[in-house]
Design a protein around this ligand. Structure first.
Ligand SMILES: [Zn+2]
Length: 1033
């Protein structure tokens, strides 16, 4: 999924997290019957799933069974699971705290010719490996939910505490994750949506296989009213069964008096009815008004991560893959599409048509199922025997051509790159008028926001870049995610980090004119800014609640995931080894589920230089944050020291984290070309290497392909600044941008003074390249905004003068006509937005003139796409301009233009208008509710909006979490936007008190921790730097 809307500048501005849940915590919603064991009837059934893991002694505790009686059953469980290709290794790496994170790889090669000392080390290592293997052997028996892995009593095994089902009976399952005793093999779904009454009925037939003896079947269902349930075992007769439901975990259960035996097949048939979902997930209805003012209704799905269960009862976890046969009964005036091609259409009574789609040819996770009932129009093309189609509402058909061409080109690229052909016969890309995420990679039926797929004839290259990169991301998922899927959401990065990496990589190769590298560089900087917080989390991290699953969709899974893959690729010899490794991984695990170690093992297997990829990469996926590498030189000796780059308001916090860093460096004798790059592997706290004494300066992290920050010491920074002042071209533009990013980060960390930052920026009078200028502007703007929100008016004025003094001539040079180069568009829109936001006279005049021309020409005289936002923002500052813009917004049909108008509208400082926009966004009538996060994120940039939004969020919290679920990307954005510019104790207290009062309505979110941490850091930065700014600005 691409949870981000297409406003790329905001992409990496994701909230972070910090909930380090104790896995032994009691589930708050479970009735603690264990305290009164007499009142608690035990379930004699013994599912292997019910075995309780005791982490301290690795003993297995099973209620009613002695320890030694377990062996046979376990073995059976593990072996049959292997047989079916299920991955039981899906354990959060954080659950192997003291073990080597590399447990699943081959024994180290260093043991082959051992010295005595090595022997001892090796033997010790083997012992550890052996004990860990035993632990892992037993691990499958615990699904590691907090309820499932509790501390046992020393003498008697602890009772499992079951919750109460809706009908008052005990619900026979007490964990968040489903048991593994039953495996679904195929689903037969029939859905009858009624778009007039906003309801649907369905029948789900699930063919299942019994893996282990059990007396119950547990699966997911949410907001479905089940009207009839029958169960058939083997060739027996179908009998009615009672369905128990436990709503807090969205689970249903069937209890049996006699055990279902392993290796048996069975069929569960469920009939149900439901209302369409009123949010953006599940099977939801939506409407749009066409050019003629007619309202059109449609129904679409969005299941990732946990919402397939809202459309049909299912085993809604990614490792329960199955095949799907989908049938949809619709009215004649709609068409239906699904993952697979249409097999046949049959007329039914009552003027309905029954569309039956082909059965999926591949096993698929439930979150990838999709269907849409609407009156969309497609355009199609045959690409390597695959029918590629792009669907939109009929009046936007002319905007689909670019997406079709891009998707076709990328499909062929991926077919070749992965050496595995796209496995389905068709690929549909559908633009949905009302869609919250950027896009969703449903297999064969990818859904998009209109802005992520539609491109007008006049769209700017920057708008095409947005569409191409979302299409590239979702297409990469057809292999990474769909064909090979993470076993559990803790490893979401395997899907998302990879798709994000591939989106940049594939576009660099296929469409170099889109300059996608600049965007990738910027998102890596933003990912670091977030990952520097204490509230960040490891790439692969434990996930035990619905909210935690939602929160995995953040910049760590996406951008940091992509960044460490870039670093790995850059550190491997040759340009094919990385590709070989991922081909090996995709082929080996095709149709299956994996965890992070599987990927590293595949890459290690193809390593030509016996590089242990697992060893290196585990240090990047199993611990949060990233390293700061400090350079010091003495004569010809260079010493590198690593430590955790941790921004925290508490200076005393230290962590012992160590990374295996492929440090790259260049020096003044050769610094630009790729051949100049040298590599030093820093695995320990410090490391040294030699350089000729004549070397004047060093630049580490060549082209910023590594995920670390470098501190050069006072002399090192001064030498680099001198070199750049003489000639900016001694370093690549990525290296220059990285120096700027790094020195601001070091200033936040307190390692360099703000005066040093300003000294480096002196070189910028010669800088004209996009990425360093954009990075400097972004950093200065964030300080300018903090000062503005603190009402430090004298400093705000001085900062304005500083920016205009340093960038004024570059701003002056920018043109206002159409521009073809993406990079130049990025540069000028950043410069002009800054100039106009600082009220620079010439910029304001130009923007006003362009708006006037546009209005007077009735829209025929177009404003270049990359300048629309700056023009609309200037226009919206007058009441008259704002009203005109609102009119234009009401009539505009092209979504990309519309969003820029909306951002203009939201930039107003007029309270009455602010209130109106927020209300409209909440009701969804004139402004779609999906745009609310964007509206809020824009509003807070202004002083009035900043204070007003915070009030709005507090007052409307319950309505907001009705629209966007707790932990979702939308809520993360809202929490972060509303608070990230506060820098006083009073605001910190307010924010803390508001969120802690929410309890289960959001107080546990990582984004809340991030918000609090950010305010504290702002506070600290202000305390320290206000006097310095007074002195130096
Ligand atoms: Zn994705």
């Amino acid at each position: 999924m691409d949870p981000f809307d297409s406003n790329s500048a905001e992409r990496a501005n994701l909230p972070r997290n910090m909930i380090e849940n104790s896995m032994f915590e009691e589930e708050p919603d479970v009735v603690d019957l264990a305290k009164d064991s007499a009142a608690f009837p035990t379930f004699p059934a013994l599912d292997p799933d019910e075995v309780v893991f005791e982490p301290r002694s690795s003993r297995l505790l099973v209620r009613g069974l002695g320890e030694n009686e377990m062996d046979e059953e376990e073995e059976d469980c593990e072996s049959s699971a292997r047989l079916l290709g299920m991955s039981f290794m899906n354990r959060s790496s954080s659950l192997r705290p003291n073990s080597s994170p590399y447990t699943r790889q081959n024994p180290p090669r260093s043991c082959s010719r051992p010295s005595a000392r090595t022997m001892v080390v090796c033997v010790l290592f083997l012992v550890i490996v052996a004990s860990m293997t035993m632990v892992l052997y037993f691990l499958p028996e615990c699904t590691f939910t907090r309820a499932g892995c509790r501390k046992p009593n020393n003498t008697t095994p602890q009772e499992i505490v079951y919750p109460i089902a809706t009908n008052g009976e005990l619900f026979p399952w007490a964990q968040f994750r489903l048991p593994h005793s039953i495996r679904p093999l195929s689903y037969n779904l029939t859905l009858s949506p009624d778009l007039d009454n906003m309801t649907f009925t369905g029948r789900t037939v699930i063919n299942m296989y019994v893996l282990h003896n059990t007396k119950r079947i547990i699966l997911h269902s949410a907001n479905l009213h089940i009207t009839k349930a029958t169960f058939k075992l083997g060739d027996g007769e179908a009998n009615d069964v009672t369905i128990l439901e436990y709503k807090p975990r969205q689970q249903i259960a069937i209890k049996f008096s006699a055990e279902l035996k392993s290796d048996q097949y069975c069929v569960l048939t469920l009939d149900y009815s439901a209302n369409f979902s009123q949010t953006y997930d599940g099977f939801y209805n939506s409407s749009y008004t066409d050019k003629d003012g007619n309202k059109n209704v449609l129904a679409a799905t969005q299941f990732e991560p946990l919402s397939a269960r809202k459309a049909f009862p299912c085993f809604d976890e990614p490792s329960f893959k199955a095949t799907f046969l989908i049938t949809i009964n619709r009215k004649t005036n709609y068409t239906a599409v699904s993952n697979m091609p249409l097999a046949k259409s049959t007329p039914l009574s009552g003027g309905l048509i029954q569309d039956e789609f082909e059965k999926t040819t591949v096993n698929m996770s439930t979150y990838l199922v999709a269907f849409i009932v609407a009156n969309f129009t497609p355009i199609s093309k045959n690409v390597s025997n695959i029918q590629v189609s792009v669907y939109s509402v009929p009046e936007k058909k002319e905007h689909t051509e670019y997406a079709l061409e891009t998707a076709s080109q990328l499909l062929e690229f991926y077919n070749t790159f992965f050496e595995i052909d796209y496995p389905l016969k068709k690929l549909d890309l559908v633009a949905i008028p009302d869609f919250l995420a950027g896009a969703m990679e449903n297999w064969g039926l990818i859904t998009f926001r209109e802005t992520s797929l539609l491109v007008g004839k006049q769209s700017s290259p920057l708008e095409k870049q947005v569409v191409a990169s979302v299409v590239a991301h979702e297409l990469a998922h057809q292999w990474f995610g769909n064909l090979v899927t993470m076993s559990w959401w803790n490893d979401l990065w395997l899907n998302e980090g990879f798709a994000t990496y591939m989106q940049y990589m594939s576009l660099q190769k296929t469409m170099p004119q889109l300059d996608i590298g600049n965007l990738f560089l910027a998102v890596r900087f933003r990912a670091m800014d977030k990952d520097a917080l204490n509230s960040s989390h490891a790439v692969s991290t434990e996930v035990n609640t619905k909210e935690q699953v939602e929160e995995m969709f953040d910049s760590v899974s996406y951008e940091k995931g992509a960044s460490i893959l870039l670093m790995l690729n850059a550190s491997l010899p040759g340009d094919q080894q990385f590709r070989k490794g991922i081909i090996q991984y995709l082929k080996q695990f095709s149709g299956l589920n994996t965890d992070t170690a599987d990927l590293w093992n595949s890459l290690t297997q193809v390593s030509t230089q016996h590089q242990n990829v697992s060893e290196m990469m585990s240090s990047w996926t199993s611990q949060k944050g990233f390293p700061l590498v400090t350079v010091s030189r003495k004569g010809d000796q260079v010493t590198l020291t690593q430590e955790h780059f941790l921004l925290t308001s508490d200076n005393a916090t230290h962590t012992s984290s160590l990374w295996n860093i492929p440090v790259t460096y260049v020096n003044d004798s050769c610094s630009f070309a790729p051949e100049c790059r040298q590599v030093f592997n820093l695995k320990t706290k410090t490391g040294t290497f030699k350089l000729p004494e004549s070397v004047k300066w060093l630049k580490l992290n060549y082209r910023n392909s590594g995920f670390y920050i470098v501190h050069y010491g006072n002399e090192g920074w001064a030498a680099l600044k001198d070199a750049l002042s003489n000639n900016v071209s001694v370093l690549t533009h990525e290296d220059r941008a990285a120096l700027i990013h790094n020195i601001f980060a070091l200033s936040r960390l307190g390692r360099v003074s703000f005066h040093q930052v300003l000294t480096l920026l002196n070189y910028m009078s010669n800088e004209t390249e996009t990425t360093p200028v954009m990075e400097a502007l972004l950093q200065l703007e964030s300080i300018h905004r903090l000062l503005d929100k603190r009402q430090e008016e004298a400093l705000v004025a001085r900062m304005k003068n500083y920016i205009l003094h340093n960038f004024g001539s570059l701003m002056d040079k920018q043109t206002w006509g159409e521009e073809e180069s993406v990079s130049k568009q990025e540069l000028r829109s950043a410069l002009l937005q800054m100039a106009c936001s600082l009220n620079e006279k010439k910029c304001i005049q130009q923007a006003k003139a362009l708006f006037k021309q546009h209005v007077e020409s009735n829209g025929t005289l177009r404003i270049p796409g990359d300048l629309q936002q700056v023009v609309f923002t200037v226009a919206a500052q007058s009441d008259e301009g704002w009203e005109t813009l609102l009119q234009m917004y009401g009539h505009a049909t092209f979504d990309a233009d519309k969003r820029k108008m909306l951002q203009g509208l939201a930039s107003t400082q007029n309270i009455r208008q602010l209130v109106w926009i927020l209300k409209a966004g909440l009701s969804g009538n004139i402004i779609q509710t999906q745009e609310l996060p964007l509206v809020i994120n824009t509003m807070v940039k202004g002083f009035a909006g900043h204070l007003f939004v915070w009030d709005f969020v507090q007052e409307n919290w319950d309505r907001l979490i009705e629209k966007f679920s707790v932990g979702s990307f939308a809520i993360q954005t809202i929490v972060k936007s509303a608070t990230f510019q506060f820098s006083t104790q009073a605001h910190l207290d307010q924010v803390q008190s508001f969120f802690s009062g929410l309890k289960e309505r959001g107080s546990q979110m990582r984004s809340v921790q991030e918000a609090l941490e950010t305010i504290r850091l702002n506070q600290r930065w202000m305390d320290k730097n206000l006097p310095i700014l007074q002195k130096w600005l």
